[in-house]
Design a protein around this ligand. Structure first.
Ligand code: THU
Length: 145
């Protein structure tokens, strides 16, 4: 189970990454920050495209950044998402649901499990308003070879 100090740090980094989101089509901005065993943090945002299907989610941006820099294990990931109107704040209102990772991102995360065997997934609206879930509960029986 991830320590509270890391949870707040990851949420803070995800909030900052969210400000970089390129989402002119949905106006829904997402930021993600993941923790690897060395203690390093990698962040990502959603990156949309005029050809909608080419959009990359914030979680996968963060995972691909980490893996492309030599990481193979993810201990935890924090995700913050909400509409554009909620950008100039460090808190997303309670009227907006938590940004749960989509199915594709769950499967991609399941490729890079840590020694413990499970990833902590933190969905957050602020540093004080969050839920901690296990990847295994979000994606039971994930596909693997
Ligand atoms: N999005 C993410 O970044 N992560 C998810 O897990 C689900 C959706 C993005 C994709 C798109 O840019 C916007 O949210 C609306 O679907």
């Amino acid at each position: 189970m991830i320590k509270e100090e890391f949870i707040e740090l990851l949420i803070d980094e995800a909030m900052k990454a969210r400000c970089m989101a390129y989402a002119p089509y949905s106006n829904y901005l997402v930021g993600a920050a993941l923790l690897v065993p060395s203690g390093n943090i990698f962040t990502g945002c959603n990156i949309e495209n005029a050809s909608y299907g080419l959009t990359n989610c914030a979680e996968r941006t963060a995972v691909f950044k980490a893996v492309s820099q030599g990481q193979r294990h993810i201990d935890a990931i924090a995700i913050v998402g909400g509409p554009l109107e909620e950008i100039d704040t460090d808190e997303i209102s309670k009227d907006v649901d938590y940004a749960y990772p989509c199915g594709a991102c769950r499967q991609v995360l399941s490729e890079f499990l840590p020694e413990s065997g499970d990833i902590d997934v933190i969905v957050a609206r602020s540093k004080k308003d969050y839920k901690v879930l296990k990847l295994s509960e979000l994606l039971p029986n994930s596909f693997n070879l």
